[in-house]
Design a protein. Structure first.
Length: 677
C-alpha cells in the first residue's frame, strides 16, 4: 500500500497550474465592449499567480488594438486573439507547479483551435484520462498538461467530463464553433468561482475583488447574507456578501448557449454510494488504503511541498501517510502564540511527537501580539469575502513562512472530522434527535419540560430549548458546526430598520434547501445528514475557503487529501454506528489511524487551531481600534443596534467581538483598497 518514491512519480505527472482566472462574455442583446478591464481584474489576483499572465480577446472587443498595448507593456504576457460570435475576454494568472513550458500557458486552446480554456486547479488523474483520450485518437500538443486533458475531455464527453475529473478545479471553457460555454466548479468546492451579470455581460473570477473593480458592478451589501453570516460566520453559495455578486456552488456547473445563461445545475452530491455491508475492521483498512492513494495523488509536484501539522489525529495521520510515499523528509509546520499571552496553551508537544515519528523536517512558529496585529490587515484584504474564522491568521502565517522557505504546496487535514463524525458536539445532536424522534407528538412538550429540569444540562437549557423549538417547528435541529448564534439572538442584536428589510427571512432557508435534498436521497441516518450539510456548506464556505484564500495569499497552493471525492464517497458509505461508537467521536478513523501513528496522538483531546481572541482583542489599543472600526462601519450600514454594540465591548467575549470586527474591518479595508478601481 505504501512505499513509492517522490522521484518516481514526479517524472510522469502532468502540468499542474494553480492560478487565478477571470473573464467576460456577452449575453444576448449585448454589443461590443472594451477589453481593458481584464488586466485590472488579473492584477488584483497577482498573488494567485505571480509566475505569469495570459489573455484571450475575441474580435468583438471594441478596443481591438488593446492586446498590442499589453504586449508592449508586458512582453512576457501570453496573448491570443480569435474570431467568435460574441464579445469574449479571458484572463489568467499563473502559479507554476509542474511544466513551465510556454505550450502549457493559458488561456489554452486544443489543437483544432475550437475550444478555449481558463482553468484553476489540479487534475490528479489526468495521466489516465490522457491515455484514454489518445486511444480515441485525440492529439495533444503539450508534453503533460492537465489543462489540455480538460480540453480534449470536453471535446470527447461534453459536460460529462466533469464526472471524469479527479481533483480540484474551477474553469471556463468556450466552444467557438457552437458559441457555447461551460463554467464549472469541483465537487467539494475547493477552488472558488464568483460571477455577476451586469449590462448583458457575464463576468467571472476566482475572487470577488476583480468583479468589483468594474464600477458598473454594485458594491452594495446583501442584508440576508449579513444575517446568515452572523449565524454561520460565512455566507453560503450561491449568495455572497454582495447583493449583485454570486458564487457557483460546489459540484455545480452553468452553461452559456448562444448568449443565453442557463441555471446552475448540480452534477455530484456526495451521496452517490450506498451504505456498504462490511465489518468495522474492513472499513478501517479501506479508509487507510483510500487515504493513502489520495495522498499519493496530492504529492504531484516538482516544487517543494509541506504539511500543516497541528498535532491532531488528522494532520498527524496525513503526514505519516505522505511520508511513506517519499524518500526525503517532508517539511511540516506548526504554529502557536507567544506564551506571554494569558490563557493560551500550545499543541507543540503533540506536533513534535508526530514530526519525530514521521521523520519530518519540522518548523515551529510563534506569533506575538505585534505579529498578530501586523498580519491582521493583510489577512482582511486577502480574505476577499468575510470568513469569521480566526484560524485564517495562523494559516496565512504558516503559508508566508513556507513560501519564504521555497515551499509552494501545503497539504492540510481539512474534512476528516466532517466525514467521520469528529466533533464531540455531534453526539449531543444525535442523542437529542434520536430521543425526540421516538417521542410521540402529544408528549414532546412534556418531554422537553422534563429534560430542561435535569441537573446535568442546566447550563445548556437555552441550547436544548432552541433545538426543541426547531423540532416542533418542523425544522432539522442540526444547522452545521459553523453555527455560532441562533435566530433569537440575531433579532436582539440587529437594528429595527435592518430587521424590517429582511421581511421575515430566517437563515433556516439556507439549511432547508440542503435538508430537503438530503431527504429526497432516501438516506435516513441523521449522522449522514450532518456530514452531507458540512460537505455542501461548512467545508466549501468556511474551512476549504480559508485554506484556499490564505495559502494563495502567500502564492502557495493548498491541498486537502481528505477531500478527494473517492475518499469522500467511501466515508459516506460507512454505517453511522462505526463512526461514533459509545459516544467516542471519530471511532472508526481512530481505529485506522492507530495503525500508523502513536496512540497518544490518536486519543488526545481535540483542540483545533486555538487563537486567544479575548486576550488579543480586549486590550487597550486594539479594543479602541475595534470600537472605531465597528462604529464607523455601522454608521454607514446600520446593521447593529446601539445597545448591543455598547455591550459588545464589555463582555470580554473574543469570539463574538471577532465576528463583528471581522465584518467591519474587512468592509472598510475593501472600500479603502478599491477606491482607485
Amino acid at each position: 500500500m505504501y512505499g513509492s518514491k517522490r522521484d518516481e512519480f514526479v517524472a510522469c505527472f502532468g502540468a499542474l497550474i494553480m492560478c487565478g482566472i477571470a473573464g467576460l462574455i456577452s449575453l444576448s442583446g449585448a454589443g461590443s465592449s472594451p477589453g481593458a478591464g481584464i488586466v485590472r481584474m488579473c492584477d488584483l489576483m497577482h498573488h494567485r499567480g505571480p509566475d505569469g499572465e495570459g489573455y484571450l480577446f475575441s474580435d468583438k472587443v471594441s478596443d481591438r488594438d488593446f492586446s498590442s498595448h499589453i504586449q508592449m507593456q508586458r512582453p512576457s504576457a501570453y496573448i491570443n486573439e480569435i474570431e467568435a460570435d460574441r464579445f469574449l475576454v479571458l484572463g489568467h494568472r499563473r502559479l507554476s507547479i509542474i511544466d513551465l513550458a510556454l505550450e502549457a500557458s493559458q488561456p489554452m486552446a486544443d489543437v483544432t483551435g475550437r475550444y478555449w480554456l481558463v482553468f484553476n486547479g489540479e487534475i490528479y488523474n489526468h495521466r489516465e484520462l490522457r491515455a484514454e483520450l489518445e486511444s480515441k485518437g485525440y492529439v495533444f500538443q503539450t508534453d503533460h498538461s492537465d489543462s489540455e486533458v480538460i480540453l480534449n475531455g470536453f471535446s470527447a464527453w461534453g459536460r460529462g467530463v466533469l464526472k471524469k475529473l479527479r481533483g480540484m478545479f474551477a474553469f471556463f471553457i468556450y466552444d467557438v464553433k457552437k458559441d457555447y460555454a461551460l463554467i464549472a466548479r469541483d465537487r467539494l468546492g475547493i477552488k472558488p468561482l464568483f460571477f455577476t451579470v451586469n449590462n448583458s455581460t457575464l463576468r467571472f473570477s476566482s475572487e470577488v475583488k476583480p468583479l468589483l473593480s468594474d464600477k458598473s458592478v454594485s458594491r452594495d451589501l446583501c442584508k440576508k447574507s449579513i444575517y446568515d453570516y452572523l449565524s454561520f460566520r460565512a455566507v453560503a453559495a450561491p449568495k455572497t456578501i454582495f447583493k449583485d455578486v454570486s458564487q457557483l456552488p460546489a459540484a455545480h456547473f452553468m452553461e452559456v448557449n448562444k448568449g443565453v445563461l442557463g441555471k446552475m445545475e448540480r452534477y455530484w452530491s456526495g451521496l452517490e454510494s450506498d451504505i456498504a455491508d462490511k465489518s468495522e475492521g474492513q472499513f478501517a483498512e479501506e479508509v487507510l488504503s483510500s487515504l493513502s492513494e489520495a495522498s499519493k495523488c496530492h504529492l504531484e509536484s516538482d516544487v517543494d511541498y509541506g504539511v500543516f501539522l497541528s498535532g491532531g489525529v488528522d494532520s498527524s495521520t496525513c503526514l505519516e501517510i505522505l511520508s511513506r510515499h517519499v524518500s526525503s523528509p517532508i517539511k511540516a509546520y506548526s504554529i502557536g502564540f507567544d506564551s506571554s499571552i494569558a490563557g493560551y496553551s500550545d499543541e507543540f508537544e503533540y506536533s513534535r511527537m508526530a514530526a519525530k515519528h514521521s521523520g519530518a523536517d519540522y518548523t515551529e512558529l510563534l506569533l506575538s501580539r505585534e505579529e498578530f496585529n501586523n498580519t491582521l490587515d493583510e489577512m482582511l484584504w486577502f480574505q476577499d469575502t468575510p470568513i469569521a474564522d480566526p484560524a485564517n491568521i495562523p494559516i496565512y502565517s504558516i503559508a508566508k513562512r513556507a513560501r519564504a522557505d521555497g515551499v509552494k504546496v501545503l497539504i492540510g487535514g481539512e474534512g476528516c472530522d466532517e466525514l467521520m463524525g469528529g466533533y464531540s458536539s455531534w453526539s449531543f445532536f444525535l442523542k437529542f434527535h434520536s430521543s425526540f424522534e421516538k417521542t410521540p407528538s402529544f408528549l414532546k412538550s412534556r418531554f422537553a419540560k422534563l429534560a430542561h429540569s435535569f441537573y446535568f444540562i442546566r447550563n445548556k437549557r437555552k441550547i436544548y430549548r432552541n433545538w426543541y423549538d426547531r423540532n416542533i417547528g418542523g425544522q432539522t435541529v442540526f444547522w452545521g458546526t459553523a453555527e455560532y448564534r441562533d435566530e433569537s439572538w440575531k433579532q436582539g442584536v440587529v437594528s429595527e430598520d435592518f430587521l424590517g428589510e429582511l421581511e421575515g427571512y430566517t437563515s433556516y432557508e439556507v439549511i432547508d434547501g440542503y435538508y430537503q435534498e438530503f431527504l429526497r436521497s432516501g438516506r435516513s441516518e441523521y449522522l449522514d445528514w450532518m456530514s452531507f450539510l458540512e460537505i455542501n456548506y461548512g467545508l466549501p464556505e468556511m474551512l476549504l475557503a480559508r485554506v484556499d484564500r490564505m495559502t494563495m495569499a502567500a502564492s502557495v497552493e493548498g491541498r486537502v487529501p481528505f477531500m478527494d471525492h473517492k475518499f469522500v464517497e467511501l466515508c459516506m458509505s460507512v454505517p453511522a454506528a462505526y463512526k461514533i461508537r459509545g459516544g467516542e467521536a471519530k471511532s472508526l478513523f481512530k481505529k485506522a489511524a492507530r495503525k500508523v501513528i502513536p496512540q497518544e496522538i490518536v486519543y488526545r483531546p481535540k483542540q483545533g487551531f486555538p487563537v486567544p481572541l479575548s486576550e488579543l482583542l480586549f486590550t487597550g489599543a486594539h479594543l479602541d481600534l475595534a470600537k472605531n472600526k465597528i462604529y464607523e462601519f455601522n454608521g454607514t450600514q446600520n446593521i447593529f443596534n446601539d445597545q448591543y454594540l455598547d455591550g459588545l465591548f464589555c463582555r470580554g467575549d473574543g469570539k463574538e467581538l471577532w465576528i463583528v470586527y471581522n465584518l467591519a474591518s474587512w468592509y472598510l479595508s475593501l472600500e479603502e483598497n478599491l477606491v482607485s478601481c
